[in-house]
Structures are given as structure tokens and as C-alpha cells.
Design a protein around this ligand. Structure first.
Ligand SMILES: [Zn+2]
Length: 687
């Protein structure tokens, strides 16, 4: 086995616990859909069969959970029986095929009608055989008559008449429930690759109790219900396969639900009429160009043509104290005379250093947080002239940088995604679209197994009895309901593997009496890893689930309602807790939201993703009271003495924006949107 195999092949446990929660989430979503369907009148025979088969599908889906040890339906289960699970998965897949074939595949009315008749004839013939064997003459007459009636309908059907003669003959006998073979339906669904089909064949053999199902009984504890890696892998693979079919059926059913009427949405422009289409396109092009000119410049653009590194300014050139301090950190010591102010002692700044200083002070230094997301208030580039108002003590410094770099400073109008206009995030904020996104979260984020040899920390400020293990469990009832994930019914133990994060999260001060407990799981803990970066090859920032969660965890207490719903859904799916990105580690990296843009592209490189997965868990939230429940044990308790507290900081300008006529609030999506609309209107009127 090569090194890369080792990292890419999960253990049986990891495989099982990665697959099962996703399966549970898919089933939960399916059950929610059945509730929605229950209130809808069926408008066609297809819709009727789609809902009948979908309900059946969910029911088999739940039965599968009863066969899965550790699932909510079988929490204390210890019986690992793949052979018994296989027929259920087989049944689920077949139901799903019929759901697609009879209910949701978009086909013409004619074909659809014949599909239903063929299925009904098959049903009739089967019942007939049953009653013939049982000798029930009354029922035999009824079903013979029904079968004849269906055959008559088929004979007079134009679509049926076009089918090959041999097929018609066989179908008229009621030999098959469908016109298409299983493989043909799978082809049309485009759902299983060759490996998946091979495994489905393997499942079918087990469902039929062919020799394959019992030949190796006893080898490595297999086939007797005892816990073993082979059966666990098989169960995981089968559940994973079932999960794909449920997800497909869910999506097909969702597409059939009538769309909720959209609220009037500012994003949708009226479709251009043919006369004005040309003008619309032209205006749009102008607008795009002007939007491009309102983006901030890259350092490379500001320094192009001057890589000499020669000093242009020094820290003594500046009057604003923040600017001066920042420039002493960025500049280089050099005893030459400053070309601008003549100082020998000032830290010297080359063109690159001036550009870095300008970005750090005016862009990073003006970042404002929106309800979700964040954006700088000021940007600079070479296309614009300065249009911001600054305090009197900063004015000369601003002009100096303006001249040195040939740039203009302006109030920045952010791209809307930066301030939370991200579709999955918007859907999470609305109670009626929230469940669908939570289901996606459970499906798309991986599981992290916290093993018994891994430790994490929990810090307490002045506990009543520092030596007692229960002081380090989730907070008592009277203190519940304030944190990001806990509710009055579900306490949460917050911990971290990163000591610094613990200190930050507890907002400690030097005079605090602090104790830290080192905790370890008593059994493997299954955690939904929301700190992982999703690779979303085809999603823009506006559609990104990854961006949505990133912004959710950066947001303050107004977002807790959503994170609590995610936690409760994860708990329902059998997770013991969550791994989530720390508010403070995100802040520590500084460059919100730019870091995010880079973050995504970097993590798309698979090696880096692997590193990210393996690294320290910065933050974890365990459901319930894991110490009292025996899930986690206290290995050690220490007193913590803070001897130094360090802050790192940047400076930014004071902007007297209230008095400025150019300023608009960049954190207000509707204000930003209005700017775009107004600009469009202005260009449009210009013609
Ligand atoms: Zn100087």
C-alpha cells in the first residue's frame, strides 16, 4: 500500500460513519417532502404514482435504518448483518427505478399512459396467479375481467402499436411491469457508474440468497452478525448507494412541487423586448466596464514598471499617527535621505511598500461587517480620482500617497456576495427554505471521527469546585440558550484542540482564575466537520454553500438561530457533535473576505484539502452532557496562569462619512443594489 492509498482509504468505521449520517439526512428530507406532498392534490396519474412510490421509498428507507447499528432507529444495535440489509437496499433501488419510470421521468402523455397500463396489467396477472393457486374463483373472475379490459385499452393505443411485435406480445401476457429493462432505466437516470452497477448486482445476489450470500460465512467473523470490517464496509457501500437513489428521488419530487410564488425580486430585470434588446446589451456592457473600474487594484498593478526597490517615502513623511506607526512596520531601516522629506531616520518605503501601506490602511483598515459577510469601505485604483472625505490630520498623507502611486481613493461598492447575497445563506435565513439547505449541509460536509487517543481542552473561569469533573461538562440548565449552538433542550460542551482559541473564546482577562481540563473521548465520536472547505467546482460565490457557512460562522448572535437548527439536525442524524471554524481563528487571519476568495481556490487543490482535514480541530461542540453521559472523560485538570497577552493590529482612517455626499453604506445590500440599478438607469437614459 502506498502512502497516498493510506490517506485516501477510510477505515471501515470512518466509511460507515461518513455514509450513515448523510443517509439519515436524505431520509429526513424525504419524509419532510412526503408531508408537503400530502397537502397537494395530484393532477395526473403520473403524479399519483410518483407520490405512492415515494412514500413506499421512504418507508423502505426507514427500514434500512433499523438494520444499521448506531442509527437513531437502532441506537444500541450490535448486529451487523449485510445479508439482511441487502434485500432492503435492493427493494429501495427497485422502488426508486419505478418512481422514476412511472412518476417523474419527463415523457409524453402517450408513453406515460402506456407505462401505467403495462404496470397495472402486470399487477393484475400476479394477483390472478395468486388466486388461481389459492382456488379463489370469485376473485379469479374479477381479475380476469380487469386484465381483459386493460389489454383492450393497450390494443387500441397508438403508442403501444409502435412497440416491437415481440415486446407487445410479452407485455400483453403481463410478463413485465415495465417497457424498459432495469439497465435501460438506470441509463436514463444516469445514476450508477459501472462499479456502482457491479455492486448493485452483488446486493441483488445477496437479496436472492445465492451462494455468494453464505459461501464465506465465518471468515473473519463475517456473516454471523458480529462486528467486522468487511461487513461494515459492505453495509456502508450499500447505504451509500441507497442514499444516492433517495437523493435523486427527493430532487425529482421537489421539482414536481408547485413553486412558491417569488417575492418581487430586485435581481430579476424585465426580459428585454426585441427592440430594446440591443440597447439593453450595450448598457449592460458599459455598466460592467464601470463596475470593473470600481474594483480595488492589485499590488502588482500599482507597482508595475518600478521593481527597483528605491525608497520614495519614509515613516517621517506622515502626520496621521496610525499611518506613521504602520509605515514604521512596513518600511526598511536605511540611512539614506528620504527623497520626499529628507529624513535619515525614518523607515524607508519603496513603491511596493507604499502600495502595501495604502491597502493595509485604507482597505483593510476600513473593513465593515455586514449582517453577513464584510466589505472594505474604501478602495483605490488608477482609474478613479479621489472622492473620499478624510479628517484634516490625514489629508496631506492621503495626497502624498495619491501622488506617489498615481491612484485615487473612493468609497467602494462591494460585489453583492461579499455582503451576504449568497443564495444558500439567504435560503437558510428563511424558515420555509431552511430545511433543504440544512439537508445539503448534512450531505456535503464530511464526518470527522475523534478517536479515543485524541485530546481536546475545555477552559473554565473560576469554577466552583475546580477539581470536580462535572465542572467541565456542558453548562447547567439555568445558563443554557446563550451560545451559538445550544438550546434550552440541548446543552453543548464547547472545546478546542487549540489552547489559544480556548482563551479567546472565553474572553479571559489577566485577573481571571482559570482552569483547563484535558478531555478525551471514551469511544470514537462522530463529528460533522463544518470547518472543512467544500470544493465546489461549478458554483460561483453567489451560489456557494461553502461561502454561506463561512459567513454564518463569522456572523454574530443574530445568526445563532440558524446554527442551532443545523446542530439539532446533525444530532438527529446520529452525530455526537460538530467541528466548526472558530470566530477568532477567522478573525485572526485578518483579511476577510479576501482570504475567503483565496481560501476556496487554494483548498481546491486536493493535497491542501487533505492537510486541512488532518489539522487540529480548532473548535468543537459536543451535544448533551458528554462527561455526565460517559462519552468523554477528564484526563487531567490544570490551573492556567496568563503571563502575557498579545494583540496584533492594523490601523485605519477615521472617515467623517456622515458628512460626505458620496458615501453609501456598503454593508446594506439594498443600498448597494440601488446603486447598480441607478447606474444602469443613467446609462440607459444616455442611450
Ligand atoms: Zn520622508
Amino acid at each position: 500500500m502506498t502512502e497516498s492509498d493510506k490517506t485516501s482509504t477510510p477505515s471501515a468505521d470512518e466509511h460507515y460513519w461518513t455514509v450513515l449520517p448523510k443517509y439519515i439526512a436524505a431520509i429526513e428530507n424525504g419524509i419532510n417532502l412526503t408531508h408537503k406532498i400530502a397537502g397537494q392534490p395530484t393532477e395526473s396519474v403520473r403524479q399519483y404514482w410518483a407520490s405512492v412510490l415515494f412514500v413506499r421509498l421512504c418507508s423502505v428507507g426507514i427500514s434500512i435504518l433499523h438494520m444499521c447499528p448506531g442509527s437513531p432507529a437502532n441506537t444500541a444495535g450490535t448486529h451487523w448483518d449485510f445479508s439482511a440489509l441487502a434485500p432492503l437496499v435492493h427493494s429501495l433501488v427497485k422502488t426508486c427505478l419505478m418512481h422514476f419510470y412511472l412518476g417523474t421521468e419527463p415523457v409524453g402523455e402517450d408513453e406515460s399512459r402506456v407505462r401505467v397500463l403495462v404496470m397495472q396489467l402486470r399487477d393484475c396477472t400476479e394477483r390472478l396467479h395468486f388466486f388461481q393457486n389459492a382456488g379463489a374463483s370469485e376473485q379469479i373472475r374479477v381479475f380476469e375481467a380487469t386484465a381483459e379490459d386493460i389489454r383492450a385499452k393497450l390494443s387500441s393505443d397508438q403508442y403501444f402499436a409502435q412497440l416491437p411485435a415481440r415486446m407487445r406480445k410479452s407485455l400483453r401476457k403481463g410478463n413485465s411491469e415495465s417497457i424498459l429493462t432495469q439497465d435501460q432505466i438506470l441509463d436514463r437516470m444516469r445514476i450508477l457508474d459501472p462499479a456502482g452497477r457491479a455492486f448493485f448486482g452483488f446486493i441483488s445476489s445477496h437479496a436472492d440468497v445465492s451462494p455468494l450470500a453464505y459461501y464465506r460465512t465465518g471468515e473473519n467473523n463475517r456473516g454471523r452478525g458480529e462486528e467486522n470490517d468487511v461487513d461494515k464496509h459492505y453495509i456502508a457501500t450499500a447505504v451509500d448507494l441507497a442514499c444516492n437513489f433517495i437523493l435523486r428521488a427527493n430532487a425529482d419530487m421537489e421539482a414536481q412541487l408547485p413553486e412558491a410564488p417569488d417575492a418581487p425580486d430586485a435581481h430579476t430585470q424585465e426580459p428585454p423586448t426585441s427592440e430594446s434588446e440591443k440597447r439593453y446589451k450595450l448598457t449592460y456592457q458599459h455598466l460592467r466596464q464601470s463596475v470593473r473600474q470600481s474594483q480595488g487594484a492589485l499590488i502588482e498593478e500599482l507597482t508595475a514598471g518600478d521593481e527597483s526597490g528605491a525608497p520614495l517615502l519614509c515613516s517621517d513623511c506622515f502626520q496621521d499617527e496610525g499611518m506613521r506607526l504602520s509605515s514604521t512596520r512596513i518600511g526598511q531601516r536605511d540611512m539614506s535621505r528620504c527623497p520626499n522629506c529628507g529624513s535619515q531616520l525614518g523607515m524607508k518605503l519603496s513603491r511596493v511598500s507604499v502600495a502595501i501601506l495604502a491597502q493595509q490602511f485604507f482597505v483593510w483598515g476600513t473593513i465593515q461587517r455586514a449582517k453577513y459577510g464584510a466589505t472594505p469601505t474604501v478602495q483605490l485604483n488608477r482609474h478613479q480620482t479621489t472622492s473620499i472625505d478624510v479628517s484634516p490630520w490625514l489629508g496631506p498623507d492621503l495626497q502624498l500617497i495619491e501622488r506617489t502611486l498615481s491612484v485615487g481613493f473612493f468609497y467602494y461598492i462591494p460585489r453583492l456576495w461579499m455582503i451576504g447575497e449568497v443564495e444558500p445563506l439567504k435560503a437558510l435565513q428563511k424558515p420555509d427554505s431552511r430545511d433543504g439547505i440544512i439537508s445539503r449541509i448534512l450531505n456535503e460536509y464530511p464526518t470527522r471521527i475523534l478517536d479515543t487517543d485524541e485530546c481536546f481542552y475545555r477552559l473554565r473561569k473560576a469554577p466552583l469546585n475546580p477539581g470536580s469533573a462535572d465542572q467541565y461538562d456542558a453548562p447547567p440548565v439555568e445558563k443554557l440558550g446563550q451560545g451559538r449552538f445550544e438550546t434550552s433542550v440541548c446543552p453543548i460542551l464547547y472545546g478546542s484542540q487549540d489552547l489559544e482559541v480556548c482563551l479567546h473564546e472565553c474572553r479571559v482577562a489577566a485577573e481571571d482564575e482559570l482552569y483547563i481540563a484535558t478531555l478525551a473521548p471514551s469511544r470514537k465520536l462522530k463529528l460533522l466537520n463544518l470547518a472543512e472547505l467544500l470544493s465546489e467546482e461549478n458554483a460561483t460565490e453567489f451560489e456557494s454553500l461553502d461561502m454561506a457557512l463561512h459567513m454564518l460562522f463569522l456572523a454574530g448572535s443574530h445568526s445563532y438561530e440558524i446554527s442551532r437548527k443545523i446542530a439539532s439536525a446533525a444530532q438527529k442524524c446520529g452525530f455526537d457533535g460538530l467541528v466548526y471554524p472558530s470566530y477568532f481563528t477567522l478573525l485572526r487571519t485578518g483579511g476577510i473576505p479576501f482570504e475567503t476568495v483565496y481560501g476556496i481556490s487554494l483548498r481546491r487543490i486536493s493535497q491542501l484539502r487533505e492537510l486541512a482535514r488532518k489539522r487540529t480541530i480548532s473548535n468543537l461542540a459536543l451535544f448533551g452532557r458528554p462527561i455526565a453521559d460517559g462519552l468523554v472523560k477528564v484526563k487531567c485538570i490544570n490551573r492556567v496562569v496568563l503571563n502575557k497577552v498579545e494583540y496584533t493590529l492594523h490601523f485605519g482612517p477615521l472617515l467623517p462619512r456622515e458628512t460626505s455626499s458620496n458615501y453609501i453604506d456598503p454593508t446594506d445590500p439594498s443600498a448597494v443594489h440601488k446603486i447598480f440599478v441607478d447606474r444602469f438607469q443613467a446609462k440607459w437614459n444616455e442611450g
